[in-house]
Design a protein around this ligand. Sequence first.
Ligand code: C2E
Ligand code: MG
Ligand code: MG
Length: 652
Amino acid sequence: MSDYTYLFYDVCAVLALVTLVLALLIRRLYKGRNNKMFLVLCGILIFAGILDIATEYMDHFVPLSANSAVARYVLTTVYFMLHNLLAPVYVLYISSIIGLWYKMRHRLTPLTYFWFIPYIIDVILLLLNAFNHRMFYYDSEFNYVRGPWIYVLYVIAFYYGLMIMYVLIRYRYVIGNYWFWALIAMVPLNLAATLIQLMFPYYRIEIFISTIMAIEVAVIIHRPEDMIDDAVGMQSYKAFISTVQTGFDFGNPVCYLMIRINNYRLLRRNLGMNNYMRLIQSIAADINQTCMSSSLHYETFYLEQGSFVVSSDINKYDDLLGIGADISNQLARPVKLGHMEVLVSSCVCLVKCPEDISTKEELLNFEGNYNSKLPESKEVIVLSERLNDQDFRMRNDMDAIISRGIAGHKFMMYYQPIYDIATGRFTSAEALIRLIDIEYGFVSPGIFIPAAEDSGAIHDIGDYVIDEVCRFIGSTDFEELGLKYIEINLSVAQCIESNLHDKITDCMRKYGVRPDQINLEITETAADYAPEITDRNIELLSEDGIKFSLDDYGTGYSNVSRVVQLPLDIVKLDKSLVDDMNIPVMWTVIRNTVSMLKRMNKKVLVEGVEDGEAVQKFTEIGCDYIQGFYFSKPLPEKDYLAFVREHNASEV
Ligand code: C2E
Ligand code: MG
Ligand code: MG
């Protein structure tokens, strides 16, 4: 065997490791504790490999001298220190994956002592070796000779092997079978490599085998790319779930700063995918930068759909609050995207776990929609301060409130009179649902309808609305007062019910309602969402003679081609347009919008009119109907009938 052969395994190992590390760094897979620990492991292996090569090189190629003897001692000692460091660092790496890290860092548990004391013994013995040569030495001909203490190193390495097996077996349930087998394979393979090298010192394969295992961990098991959102440069949703899981499994107190871009859908659609991703990357970079400039030990995650999380230990709560405030301020300013400036609407919330939220499911659920449960705020919302807040509790309790409402028949229909400018009479109304809860009192449909859409309860609620309104239309009072039709709000979820047409027509038959007595309100979102089913429903219903209104016009994209395509009778201008009517440029927009809609043969209704001046101005520009508190708030059926009786009588 030539002298070079000694080095082959180590050289290959170092080259492979350098390639692996470069690949990880280039792909930015260095975020997050697990990835960092893995890189540390690779780094130790590389240095151990280089030292092994250097020692071998000196043994075979450097002429003997007193100086080179000292260098050889130092190199071998450092090599042993590094090589023996691998096993305890592997224990740390596994602990990080499992989530034991927190326990080891914050409390000196027996595990912590068991972990570091044997390695300290290694180091002390290696340092003493300089004086007593009990571990290894170079004889008078400068041949490397093992001393009796060297076996202590092997015993300690074996001990760490057992420790790794213990930790993996004990916490197998946290990582699952697949990871378990892959991680535990490291122990017997390294043990075999050590024994081979012990018996046949020519085969310097220890580092090489460890390298193969590192590659296996990187490529097959750990797959850090799964845990990183490469485009954004933060950890992924998957990594977040596993962090949350381990946090709760071990009861680690963690705080999470949640940052959500409320208008991400709008931005994604209006900016185009490329610009939207640039925006998300720029926000992610700002968040990373803000965290980096603090002394915080943190992890950052991008959970898609405009949602970011920064996690940190609970004792850094105050720092995280400060970071939250900085991020919130940054997000309040326009973000520059090339020539464009984009305004994002955001919500930042700080959550302590397990104090505020005690299970993984609840936390993930909260993360998914906390912005709808919390009132808008420019400040960081501290969840613990909101837990007693009535509004938050109500929003959080919404599923229970809706179930109670359905079971206890607590829903009611109110009717808001609609003024017909041409006749000066109130001949129609919008049906608006109301819910009075025993615990929370009046619950706004603006809150429970979206929650019911999320939970699926909207179908039962929608059925109730249709039945109740048809019953009212079929009543003798309705006919006698000369009322023409009632507007019924259809939610997005109802629009895609395949049997919507049958449901409505069955109900109309039940109460003897004519198609011209019903007007269904849809929104642009409804019309955009699953357009095939929605269009089919609209087509079937309008073939029967039922008319449609487009609700909330002016809040979405105000898509004119959609207005042309849909068989709409009425377009309802949203209240926000009324609110802006005193801004000259907005008034021009409103006037042009109305005249355009009129030229398209649509009737125009203005919603949310609260004063006489608005009534006058919207009348002047040619609107057909007016609805708003100026005339009346939504009223219970009896009050609505009384209102119509009184006002229509006085107008005629
Ligand atoms: P919407 O369909 O746009 O209803 C108009 C909302 O504006 C109603 O709020 C109404 O009370 C309010 N409003 C009317 N005039 C004025 C005014 O002059 N000033 C102010 N400040 N507000 C005015 P409400 O009843 O709270 O309903 C909110 C939303 O909940 C509705 O918006 C609609 O999207 C939804 N909703 C209400 N009832 C139903 C329902 O039966 N089914 C479905 N799917 N959604 C419903
Ligand atoms: Mg409406
Ligand atoms: Mg509306």
